[in-house]
Ligand binder design. Sequence first.
Ligand code: C5P
Length: 202
Amino acid sequence: MSQTVIAIDGPAASGKGTVSKAISEKLQFNYLDTGKLYRAIGAQYLEGRPPIDAAQSLNISDLNKYDLQKPEIAQAASEIALIPEVRAALLEFQRNFSKKMPGAVLDGRDIGTIVCPNAKIKIFLTASLKARAKRRYVELYKHDGKISFETILEQIKERDKRDQTRSSSPMVAASDAKIFDTSALSIKEAVDKVFDYIQTKI
Ligand code: C5P
């Protein structure tokens, strides 16, 4: 089998991380959650490091140095992701990863459009704002019982807006991406649907 790239894009809490990981395991492909790269730079930015500098010297070990799920790191990631030089510095890392054998699944916001425009399979996962905020709330509530649903909803709304309206690599479905709405789907249903589609393309 020739090397295959699967690009999975979509907004926060659309299910793309869970689906991408499951697909990579089923196919025994390498998996990169590109949001982690932006989060690792966001974490360093919160510590006072200039984000372009952090992006230019990003090391894979940086991804394990922080609790990248923290909401404040997600917000910082969304802010530094607006900087064209930060995005440019991360391109090579992501493209090199996409060449790994026997194949690679990358998830993010601009994989199908900018990072791997020639990916064999492109998927865009989406879900309603309310469904996504609910998922994130359930996830974060386990770590912080004081967190409010309204705050999470507002944070996701803000991140969506920044991702969709930035001039450098805005989040948009590639014209040749297959779009799935996961609002009413369980994790298993979403994984099965996406996997069935991938099998028709491989
Ligand atoms: O996917 P995740 O929520 O972990 O991503 C964190 C932030 O990083 C997003 O809000 C988005 O602004 C940015 N990001 C991006 N391009 C990607 C992946 C993430 O701009 N390919």
